[in-house]
Design a protein. Structure first.
Length: 463
């Protein structure tokens, strides 16, 4: 990227990160960066969801990251399925046993002074009879019955050998985004009026008055929404905010019709906040949302159900602790603030003495059935492993919610793999269930290490 202006790129297809990435044109000085941290690069297969920019093409076709993934898939040698390995072992043992039996019978016959040719024929006949010619047919019938049972459960089997391979799995690796999660940002936690609310469980308990909090989320928002609030177009985080406001009982279109936007100061990587200016019947408002570290310093007051009050230094520290607690749980946290404008002037000068309204925590939530599926794997003796290109904190939060253990191995990142190589996997692969900021090539290395430790590994997902 040579130059850009608020360039936001959705890289979920490549990295698994649900939130669009803000791109920049400056150089990156750190080494061993994962794809999700290469903010001055735009990759094939991703798409722009906001802003604009210019760049120079540095790779095409198989030289791109997506092409590299396709090359890995095309050139990766298929490993032996457990059934073939066991059949080879059984065949070797049967051949050895038949050979020893043939020698034994031949030796006994010679000791009994029997004709050598007659004894040899008997020995060879018994050796041939010891080999089960009907075994392949029996195995094929058994696998076909297994495939039929799977088909009744909605599973299509392309290769019969896969039926037995599924039954031999000891470790199953899964992507996070779109596999264990919905690949859709949602409001999952709200701090409003001095209380944290879990969404959607506590949606009905939210205080709807004063409505400034919900009004700001709907108006300081560039996503386009239909009247139902169920279909929207734009940034995934802003779409999630519209859905939340609609679910709380507010009409997006009515709010936007009543409060016309007059001016705006758009979000950018430096400011990390967005401010819009609205007017209704002579009343003017400045509405703001953005990163808490940039919004809170601009707030002088705090508003709750009882009214507005000054924010003391101790209260400011408390708000920062609340925000950090939400972030530690894997939420993308936004601070929401507003100000009533009574004088005219430069819009940038209106971003002061704001009134803090609350925090919003967004997350790509787990699928409803994912936790039960992981528990079923554990009960069947299968160890589930999550591998994602998303941030470690997000991976840890989703892992905790799904019941994936991280007590022993913690979270291994793509940077750890680049820095320490295979050594870290040799030491911790059997005890680690969470991998974050890993590329498709890293995932392949992890699976190879697990297979080298005599694990039967399955991989599910699109990464």
């Amino acid at each position: 990227v040579l130059s850009c202006n608020d360039l936001m790129v959705d890289e979920s297809l490549l990295t698994g990160e649900s939130v669009p990435v803000m791109k920049e044109s400056g150089p990156l000085h750190e080494s061993h960066l994962s794809l999700g941290d290469q903010t001055n690069m735009a990759f094939m297969g991703t798409h722009v969801v906001g802003g604009h920019g210019t760049g120079i093409c540095v790779a095409t076709g198989t030289a791109t990251e997506l092409g590299h993934i396709a090359h890995l898939v095309a050139t990766e040698r298929a490993g032996e399925v457990p059934l073939k390995r066991r059949m080879d072992q059984l065949t070797q043992r049967l051949v050895l046993a038949a050979f020893l039996l043939c020698l034994l019978i031949f030796g006994i016959g010679l000791l009994q002074k029997k004709p050598a040719l007659e004894v040899l024929l008997v020995a060879v006949s018994l050796a041939v009879a010891a080999i089960p010619e009907g075994l392949p047919a029996v195995i094929t019938i058994s696998l076909s019955l297994g495939a039929l049972r799977l088909a009744r459960r909605g599973v299509l089997v392309r290769r019969l050998q896969a039926v037995e391979a599924l039954g031999s799995i000891t470790t199953i690796c899964a992507d996070k985004t779109g596999t264990l999660t919905l690949n859709r940002m949602e409001v999952r936690n709200v701090y409003l009026g001095g209380t944290r609310y879990e969404i959607p469980q506590a949606l009905a308990d939210l205080p709807l008055e004063p409505a400034d909090f919900f009004q700001t989320l709907a108006l300081c928002n560039d996503a386009d929404s239909e009247e139902t609030g169920q279909k929207a177009f734009g940034d995934p985080m802003e779409i999630a905010l519209l859905h939340f406001v609609s679910a709380a009982g507010f009409s997006i279109n009515s709010l936007r019709k009543d409060w016309k936007r007059q001016e705006e100061i758009p979000f950018d990587a430096d400011r990390k906040r967005m401010t819009t200016f609205h007017e209704k019947e002579g009343r003017k408002l400045a509405l703001m949302k953005g990163a808490p570290e940039t919004v809170l310093p601009l707030c002088r007051q705090e508003r709750d159900v009882s009214g507005s009050r000054e924010i003391s230094e101790s209260r400011r520290r408390e708000l920062r602790e609340i925000q950090e607690s939400m972030a530690a749980e894997g939420f993308r946290v936004l601070a929401v603030a507003m100000r009533e404008i009574t004088v005219s002037g430069d819009p940038s000068g209106m971003e002061e003495e704001m009134t803090f309204l609350g925090f919003v925590g967004l997350q790509d939530p787990p699928r409803p059935e994912a936790k039960d599926a992981i528990a079923a794997c554990r009960s069947a003796g299968i160890r589930p492993v999550m591998m994602t290109g998303d941030h470690p904190a997000t991976a840890a939060a989703i892992g905790r919610e799904l019941g994936l253990s991280q007590a022993d191995g913690g979270v291994i990142t793509g940077s750890d793999l680049k820095r320490e190589g295979r050594n870290i996997l040799d030491e911790r692969a059997l005890h680690t269930s969470l991998y974050a900021r890993v590329s498709p090539e890293d995932k392949l290395k992890i699976i190879e290490v697990l297979q080298d430790t005599r694990q039967f590994v399955a991989m599910t997902g699109d990464g």
